[in-house]
Design a binder for this molecule. Structure first.
Ligand SMILES: *[C@@H]1O[C@H](CO)[C@@H](O)[C@H](O)[C@H]1NC(C)=O
Length: 294
C-alpha cells in the first residue's frame, strides 16, 4: 500500500517535470540574433506586448522587437521603394521578410531568423529587378541607398532566393532540410507562420476601438483569408501588412515626394552611367554581372 503511494508520487513528479520542460520549450525567452540585427532590449525575457512598433504591427501583442528594430526595417523598405525602384509585390514581400525578426517564434531562437526557402524564392522573383548594394562594413546585401556608389539589380548579382536571403543576413531552411514534414513548421514564411500572421490580425481586430479605420478592411481580409487557397492567401496576407505602413507613408507624403524626386535624379544619373558602360559591355549575362559589380 505504501509502495503504491510512492509509485504514484514518482509518476506525478515525472509528469510534472515533463510538463515543465515542455512549457519552457514553447514559451522561450528572447535571444538576440546577432549578425546585422540589433540586440533585443528584452533579451532573456519572454516576448511581450509593445505599443510603439513603427512596422510589423501584427506582432505588437507578442514580440521581442522594439521600435529600433522596426525603424531599421522601415528604413530598409523606404530605400527599396525609392532608390531601389522596387515594385509593389517586392516591397510587400521585403516587409514580411524584415518583420521575421519580430515574430515571437523567431525571436526566441538563437541566430538569425530562419526563412523558408520557398519564401526566399518568392522574394527573389518579385525583387529581381530592384536595385541592391552590398554594405561594405557588414558585407550584407541591402536595398540600394542614396549614398551607395555601386548598385545592381538582384538578378545581376544573385542566382536564386536562397542566395538572396543569405546575403541579406538571414538563415535559410531548404525543403530538403525540412525533410518530409510540412515546410513552415520550423521556418518563417511557410504556411504555418503566414497563418499565424493572419491570426494575430484577427486578434488585434477584435480588440481595437470602433473608430479604427482598418476595421472594415480587416473583416474583409480575415474572411478572404479563410476562404482562399494558399497561393492567393500569401499575397493577401502580404497586401494586408502594407496597410500598416501605408498610414505611416501617408503622413510623410510630402517628404516622400521629395524622395521620389531625389530617386528620379539618381536614376537618371545611373542610366547615364550605364549608357557609357554598355558600349564596352559584353553581351553575356556573366559579363553584365561583372560590369555591375565593378
Ligand atoms: C542557389 O545558387 C547557388 C549558387 O549558384 C547554388 O549553389 C545553390 O544550389 C542554389 N540553390 C537553389 C535552391 O537553387
Amino acid at each position: 500500500m505504501k509502495q503504491d503511494h510512492s509509485f504514484y508520487f514518482l509518476l506525478l513528479l515525472l509528469f510534472n517535470l515533463l510538463l515543465q520542460s515542455y512549457s519552457e520549450k514553447s514559451n522561450g525567452v528572447c535571444v538576440s540574433p546577432g549578425g546585422r540585427f540589433r540586440p533585443f532590449l528584452s533579451e532573456g525575457k519572454p516576448p511581450r506586448s509593445t505599443r510603439d512598433l513603427t512596422l510589423c504591427r501584427m506582432y505588437k501583442r507578442n514580440t521581442c522587437c522594439d521600435v529600433s528594430h522596426t525603424h531599421s526595417a522601415l528604413l530598409s523598405i523606404r530605400k527599396l521603394a525609392s532608390t531601389g525602384e522596387a515594385n509593389q509585390e517586392c516591397l510587400h514581400l521585403w516587409e514580411v521578410l524584415e518583420c521575421s525578426l519580430c515574430d515571437p517564434d523567431v525571436g526566441v531562437k538563437p541566430g538569425p531568423p530562419v526563412i523558408c526557402a520557398s519564401f526566399c524564392e518568392r522574394v527573389f522573383r518579385a525583387c529581381a529587378d530592384a536595385y541592391f548594394s552590398m554594405d561594405a562594413i557588414n558585407q550584407v546585401l541591402s536595398p540600394c541607398g542614396v549614398g551607395d556608389f555601386v548598385c545592381g539589380r538582384a538578378s545581376e548579382w544573385l542566382h536564386n532566393g536562397t542566395e538572396l536571403c543569405r546575403a541579406a543576413g538571414f538563415s535559410v531552411k531548404t525543403i530538403r532540410d525540412a525533410g518530409l514534414s510540412v515546410e513552415g513548421a520550423s521556418c518563417y514564411g511557410g504556411q504555418a507562420s503566414l497563418d499565424s500572421i493572419a491570426d494575430s490580425w484577427k486578434r488585434s481586430q477584435t480588440s481595437t476601438s470602433p473608430n479604427n479605420v482598418h476595421n472594415g478592411l480587416l473583416e474583409d481580409f480575415q474572411q478572404w483569408v479563410t476562404e482562399m487557397p494558399f497561393a492567393e492567401r500569401v499575397s493577401w496576407v502580404v497586401g494586408g501588412l502594407v496597410l500598416t505602413v501605408g498610414l505611416f507613408f501617408m503622413s510623410k507624403r510630402k517628404r516622400h515626394r521629395q524622395r521620389q524626386m531625389q530617386a528620379a535624379i539618381i536614376r537618371a544619373a545611373r542610366i547615364r552611367q550605364l549608357d557609357s558602360k554598355t558600349d564596352q559591355r559584353p553581351s553575356t549575362t556573366q559579363g553584365t554581372r561583372k560590369a555591375a559589380v565593378r
